[in-house]
Design a protein around this ligand. Structure first.
Ligand SMILES: [Zn+2]
Length: 136
């Protein structure tokens, strides 16, 4: 794991508004520190620069790992994951209550690979929605 300078980490967290850039959960509502993650993993030549870093909750980052794409179930084409620096969340996803629905092939593979709607993730989101704390 590459060292990410503290000032760069601070900038990534601030830019993200302290939110997971995939599932929109706030770090304030999560029991563990969020990860500053390489969108394009270092093993795929991703650099440790702001344009390749995002804030991710540990759950999203664990499922994403070093992956950068998956096979879209509709097109059966290898499709890049949602890229928080190059894509707008609302262009690729929308919320139906607390369910993250894809709008694009990139959204579909990201919902699938990051298991954004796994059953264990939904109750917490629903609770936070009820408290006006989701999405962050
Ligand atoms: Zn997340």
């Amino acid at each position: 794991m590459t060292y990410i300078p503290i000032e760069l980490r601070r900038q990534v967290i601030e830019r993200a508004g302290n939110c997971c850039e995939y599932c929109l959960l706030s770090q304030d509502d999560y029991p563990f520190a969020f990860h500053v993650e390489h969108i394009i993993a270092e093993k795929h030549r991703g650099q440790t620069v702001g344009e390749n870093l995002c804030l991710s909750c540990p759950t999203c980052n664990t499922y994403k790992g070093s992956d950068i794409s998956s096979v879209d179930e509709q097109t059966e084409i290898v499709t890049p994951l949602f890229h928080p620096r190059k894509h707008q969340w609302n262009d690729h996803f929308y919320l139906e209550g607390v369910i993250i629905k894809p709008r694009s092939p990139e959204g579909r593979v990201t919902v699938f690979l990051l298991r954004l709607n796994d059953s264990e993730r939904i109750p917490g989101r629903a609770l936070l929605l009820g408290l006006g704390r989701y999405p962050c």
